[in-house]
Design a protein around this ligand. Sequence first.
Ligand code: MG
Length: 380
Amino acid sequence: MSGTVALVVGAGEGRRFGGELPKQYSLLAGLPVMRRSLLAFLSHPEVTAVKAVIHPNHWDLYQDAARGLNLPDPVIGGAQRQVSVFRGLESLVADKPDKVLIHDAARPLLSGAVISRVLAALEDAPGAIPALAVADTLKRGDGKTISGTFERQGLWRAQTPQGFRFADILNAHRQMEGEELTDDAAVAERAGLVVAMVEGAEENFKVTQPGDLGRAELFFGAGDVRTGMGFDVHRFADGNQVMLCGINIAHDHGLEGHSDADVGLHALTDAILGAIGAGDIGSHFPPTDPQWKGVASDVFLRHAGELVKDGGGRISNLDVTLICEAPKIGPHRDAMRKRIAQILEIAEARIGVKATTTERLGFTGRGEGIAAQAVATVIF
Ligand code: MG
């Protein structure tokens, strides 16, 4: 293999973190930290392969974090970071990549721009790291009393990914085996390699303390986006009106159902419940329970909306398609959007109502009933 391999190193126990999960498998905006780090490289056009180095006890956690990603088996790391990286590098010997990027799995906010800067610098140097100038004055002390002040000029904070020409860093690690150096640039420096510096990024910090995860969440301006879908069908029966998306429409049939049979609001309710993993309309309002007989379906929709709010989320948008030959939906579309907006107290612009026939095919085509499907996007 030529090309560039990224080694994502998360072989520590991750227990200092104090949480239920090791820090590299904690969820950050809904995804494990490890997965976010892997994805940063998988989505970079110059990276040809991505391989993780993990703790022996984290096999299942890793499988879960990497589910569905096209990755080779991870390498099992050692007790020190340097050992873990060395094992990762040795596992690539047969592949012979041109370049390797060594990254802390606990830096999940890595951007493609930082990766590109490191790779560009490797054109002129055997090693390159992202770094940030130290802005705070540095003190020496025991946490209670200062015993000295450092000159901060010329001091930098080293980040990852640290990039190297593969053969060079492999040799450096082989020479430095048994040391306990805390980053790969130090291994390279000790072996006499020139290591270039490129601009790092503040958000590319290492998740170390429990509070760091909350800090990292702040970078997800869009929040944790979840989608749900809903589908419902009601059969036509005798009658002279149907309730659709909260609007009463005169028709030559009614709709059969335990409640008001509002197929549109039922599909929307299920979509919202689906987005928050809260079961379905039947589990909240069992059709066997007489108290829901004939009830207006806005009760169901409002309840689903409240569950979203209770969980700290908000509905970003809803979209429902009514499937029937008749009645005609177009003339009622605006009233339906308005009604749904009222029930959920969200803007009409966030609600789509559409209709289609099925070209006279199937049960909807034969006019036996109405179907509806809906999607909901919820943001936490
Ligand atoms: Mg229903």
